[in-house]
Write a protein that binds this ligand. Structure first.
Ligand code: GLU
Length: 609
């Protein structure tokens, strides 16, 4: 996929000199771009992420005796430096943890939360009485900034399962922020794609548009403000962020964004108060677990729809013998199962603190059998398909409907980042984190070096009392993030994986599982495989290579296919996955993308020759 972009990045970044950026701490020095490695096989521990600096930080923690959680937190903090448009202190995420000793799977919901004073009609423009247009008003705004949960997630993870202090975990990232990283094509392009809105905020312009332009490929980008902040948080803990002056500054930034005088961009203001940060807590909901091919697929519950929707689609597919089918037949069944699961997602899924989600029914064998009988092996159903009736599932056909289809506009974007870590003790972390949009709200907290999220755009825009994802104060918007760990029945890990990509996260994880477990693709091939995504919409969104490879067969079955790509970027890619496969004798296969998002970086502690 888009090899020119990848090769331009690697070649250009290899030798170009540093440019003098505001915030750079070093002058003209040559620094090679770190190399990337999409697949690594070996033992003793593994880290895989979208970024080579971040992966190396995590691997070093493992080498020094840290466990998977220590390494995951350090890697995530480093991603806050090198992938600041995807993740960082201003965002949130979900972490799934497998304890290698007990086989127990636990999760952390570190999702951003709507401020307590946020009214249900906050997305209605008071001047017009109409909903704010999604772009640019909602996307670039204070009103869609949720109370950030990422730092609290790191703290919870370290307290629950880590062996290192927050200070030690943040130190490598602080160093990276101070020293800077070599700008690659992806970072440059993401900055250029966002230049107009970044230029609308004094703080963002100063940090990400040095000299008024996106940083050049091959220059070194340092973020001393973030370095100082990581050091402060290392010394003082999370207090300053959630209770101190920084909390007040974050809240104020959402209520009074630092807009430049000469922008035309409308920037609706938010409702966050310091007390919203003071009251922020991570949650530790039970994992949502589905059975598939005799294995246990553990995913996210809480405010995410990921575990349930991936799990339901797999439960439906578990009723079919996919291994005996042709590629076209497998993909047809996968796309149809996905549409059915998305219909139920729209009808039943929302923040579980507010909504009673019928997880058990949605993942039951009876319900799966009933949903499966809606799949015609010879013909794609007309989309959108209706939700099912979870209360009357008895496993017999025909299945009753549970109401109308709820075709919601898909307003989720294609950013975010996923990292996967395993250690020598058998602990595994699958962690997806985000600030939502590429560049989040576009607003850097002045002098602090990180962008605020625009996660609240994941709520339904118009308030509908029957919608489980309606906006409510104190609620977390429904997520698609699907950090996943698949184990044997006894808790032995088989596969850990995840991806960014808005609601395509769910279909990417689904396809990876089907590719690997049913189609027999090795994990690197499954990650590289072209992707198609059916989210209960008229057309399957697909990468061009997917259309080339499978389009004819799928069209013959009645599927409509349209190339991926969104309103914000030219990317025709779906997702940017990372994963680790667990083989016999402790053999680990760590995999990152070979090409998507410029390619990721997978490393193991003791590579096999
Ligand atoms: N906001 C999205 C979600 O929670 C993630 C953002 C993305 O991956 O684009 O599902």
């Amino acid at each position: 996929m888009r090899p020119t972009r990848l090769f331009a990045t690697a070649a250009a970044a290899a030798v170009l000199p540093l440019s003098l950026l505001p915030g750079s701490t070093t002058a003209a020095e040559q620094r090679p771009a770190p190399d990337k490695n999409p697949t690594a096989v070996g033992r003793g521990g593994a880290v895989t992420s979208v970024d080579p600096d971040a992966t190396r930080v995590g691997l070093r923690v493992l080498r020094q005796g840290g466990n998977a959680v220590d390494a995951a937190v350090a890697t995530a903090a480093a991603l806050g430096v090198t992938e600041p448009y995807s993740a960082g202190l201003g965002g949130g995420g979900y972490l799934v943890h497998l304890d290698g000793r007990t086989g127990e799977v636990s999760t952390i919901d570190g999702r951003e939360t709507a401020p307590a004073a946020m009214p249900r009609d906050a997305f209605i423009d008071p001047e017009t009485g109409e909903p704010y247009p999604f772009t640019p008003e909602l996307v670039t705004s204070g009103v869609s900034v949720g109370v950030p949960g990422t730092l609290a997630t790191w703290e919870t993870a370290l307290e629950e399962w880590g062996t290192r202090s927050l200070r030690r975990s943040l130190t490598p990232a602080a160093r990276l922020a101070r020293r800077g990283f070599v700008v690659d094509q992806t970072f440059h392009d993401q900055t250029a794609d966002n230049a107009e809105r970044f230029a609308a905020f004094r703080s963002t312009k100063r940090l990400f548009l040095p000299g008024g332009e996106p940083p050049e490929v091959g220059s070194v980008f340092a973020n001393p403000d973030l370095a100082r902040l990581y050091e402060l948080l290392g010394r003082k803990g999370t207090g300053p962020f959630y209770r101190g002056g920084l909390a007040a500054r974050i809240a104020k930034t959402t209520r009074k964004p630092p807009v430049v005088a000469d922008t035309d961009l409308p920037v609706p203001v938010g409702f966050m108060k310091p007390r919203d940060l003071r009251r922020y807590r991570t949650l530790q909901p039970e994992a949502v677990t589905a059975d598939y091919r005799g294995l246990r697929v553990h995913g996210m519950g809480g405010s995410s729809s990921g575990g349930s929707t991936v799990g339901e689609a797999l439960a439906i597919l578990d009723t079919f013998d996919l291994a005996a089918m042709s590629d076209t037949e497998v993909l047809h069944h996968m796309l149809e199962a996905s549409a059915l699961a998305f219909a139920d997602r729209a009808a039943y899924l929302g923040d579980r603190t507010f909504v009673d989600v019928p997880d058990e029914q949605l993942l039951s064998e009876e319900y799966a059998a009933q949903r499966a009988c809606r799949i015609d092996p010879a013909k794609a159903a007309t989309k959108p398909v209706p939700a099912g009736d979870v209360d009357d599932a008895d496993g017999t056909c025909p299945a009753p409907d549970g109401g109308q289809a709820r075709p919601a506009p898909d307003t989720e974007n294609v950013e975010t980042t996923h990292l996967t870590v395993a250690d020598r003790w058998g602990d595994v972390v699958s962690y997806t984190l985000t600030i939502e949009q590429t560049g989040g709200s576009g607003i850097v907290v002045p002098g602090r070096g990180f962008l605020l999220n625009n996660e609240l755009t994941d709520f339904s825009t118009v308030y509908d009392p029957d919608d489980p994802n309606r906006l409510e104060p104190g609620k977390r918007p429904r997520s698609s993030m699907s950090p996943t760990i698949i184990t044997e029945a006894d808790g032995t890990p088989v596969l850990a994986l995840g991806s960014p990509g808005g609601s395509t996260i769910i279909t990417t994880v689904l396809q990876l599982v089907v590719d690997h477990l049913d189609r027999g693709l090795a994990l690197p091939a499954a990650v590289a495989d072209p992707r198609g995504s059916q989210r209960n919409t008229a057309a399957v969104t697909a990468e061009p290579e997917f259309i080339d490879a499978y389009g004819a067969g799928l069209r013959a079955l009645g599927h409509e296919l349209k190339p991926a790509g969104d309103a914000f970027t030219s990317a025709a890619e779906i997702g940017a996955a990372t994963g680790i496969g667990f083989g016999p004798g402790g053999l680990l296969t760590a995999v990152a993308e070979p090409e998507r998002r410029g390619g990721g970086d997978a490393r193991v502690l003791e590579p096999t020759s």
